[in-house]
Design a protein around this ligand. Structure first.
Ligand code: NAP
Ligand code: ZN
Ligand code: ZN
Length: 346
């Protein structure tokens, strides 16, 4: 066991504070990672506020981890000391079920283990990336390509894969009109990735406040959803809409923006349910779908894709004592576009 400094929420909704946690000794297939940067995902806030149901406290959030391997177990074959690596939302799964075998570890039917707010196979709670070091089985570690610096790579481990996976799955590409709802951490990656895949990209944001940024990120069009004219003008326009919104939305209104046969894929995970008149799906043979992060192999594919296209996330690097203020700014939709903690400040 090694004691490492971390930032934890002692109880639901309490401010995060500096603490010390124990990391397990490196086992046969484990790597010890010196964490350099950890992104702040809105999911960290939902969980630290216990908005998704009962959570485990103290909680060390953080599932957008980038760092350097500093020790490897005797059975490790994929990584060496000094390698630049990342860890996302998962640190274990059964590895035997059909989903695990298909590279969909996030849907493991034997029970995947979250990077934090979960109980590991050893019965101990897992603690996330707002800390100095983490010990992870090599099969749940990915390689950060040389072309990406660790700070802009960290948010790709959740925001990147959560948008890449559905955009690929639902065919975003040349000749496709894709809209992204919400220009936050996930949304800005959705815009970059959909643009890199060759789609015509529209941002649907609450206001036009971030329009210049959206166009620079690769959007072709930008609309404010607070303006009712937006829904008239864009009715029946899109092949695919990706919703990244953290609050309940009027999905019926957004489904009206799909062309016949189009799909709205939701990745946002609001704390309250939404109501939907099913006629908004029936008329026009529309699909409303969901998507959860992505498997380990696809996460590696996404990192390599981002490196080839020469982009990471747009980030604001903060020190650990700014985490609580950053949470407030995320809740106020005042993030451009991901807060990343410099873990040297913990
Ligand atoms: P974020 O950075 O806070 O971005 C969310 C964006 O949604 C905001 O920037 C804002 O964009 C828009 N928004 C916020 N409140 C809104 C409201 N009341 N009405 C309309 N739009 C609103 O959050 P994030 O880290 O990208 O995460 C987004 C959601 O995805 C969270 O619920 C998170 O838990 C979830 N998530 C899901 C997965 C998955 O696997 N499915 C993975 C990661 C995260 P504008 O200012 O542009 O309107
Ligand atoms: Zn996340
Ligand atoms: Zn499994």
């Amino acid at each position: 066991m090694t004691s490492v400094a971390a930032y934890a929420a002692p109880s639901a909704k309490a401010p995060l504070e500096r603490t010390t946690i124990e990391r397990r000794a490196v086992r046969e297939h484990d790597v010890l990672i010196d964490i350099k940067f950890a992104g702040i995902c809105h999911s960290d806030i939902h969980q630290a506020h216990e908005g998704w149901g009962k959570a485990i406290f103290p909680m060390v959030p953080g599932h957008e981890i980038a760092g350097i391997v500093s020790e490897v177990g005797p059975g490790v074959t994929k990584y060496q000391v000094g390698d630049r690596v990342g860890v996302g939302c998962l640190v274990d799964s059964c590895r035997e079920c059909d989903n695990c075998k298909a590279g969909l570890e996030q849907h493991c039917t034997g029970g995947s283990v979250g990077t934090y707010n979960a109980i590991g196979k050893d019965g101990e709670p897992t603690y996330g990336g707002y800390s100095e070091k983490v010990v992870v089985d090599e099969n749940f570690v990915v390689r950060i390509p040389d072309g990406l610096s660790l700070d802009v790579a960290a948010p790709l481990l959740c925001a990147g894969i959560t948008t890449y996976s559905p955009l690929k799955h639902w065919g975003a590409g040349p000749g496709k009109k894709v809209a992204v709802i919400g220009l936050g951490g996930l949304g800005h990656m959705g815009v970059k990735i959909a643009h890199a895949l060759g789609a015509e990209v529209t941002v649907l944001s609450q206001s036009l406040r971030k329009k210049d940024d959206g166009l620079k990120l690769g959007a072709d069009h930008y609309y404010a959803t607070s303006d009712p004219k937006t829904f008239e003008e864009l009715a029946g326009s899109f092949d695919l809409i990706l919703s990244t919104v953290s609050a309940p939305l009027d999905f019926g209104a957004y489904l009206s923006l799909l062309r016949t046969g189009g799909a709205l894929v939701n990745v946002g995970a609001p704390e309250e349910p939404v109501a939907l008149n099913l006629f908004s799906l029936i008329g026009g043979n529309k699909t409303l779908a969901g998507s959860m992060i992505g498997g380990i192999a696809e996460t590696q594919e996404m990192l390599d894709f981002c490196a080839v296209h020469g982009f990471g996330a747009e980030i604001e690097v903060i020190s650990a004592d700014q985490i609580n203020e950053a949470y407030k700014r995320v809740l106020d939709s005042d993030v451009r576009y991901r807060f990343v903690i410099d873990t040297a400040t913990i």
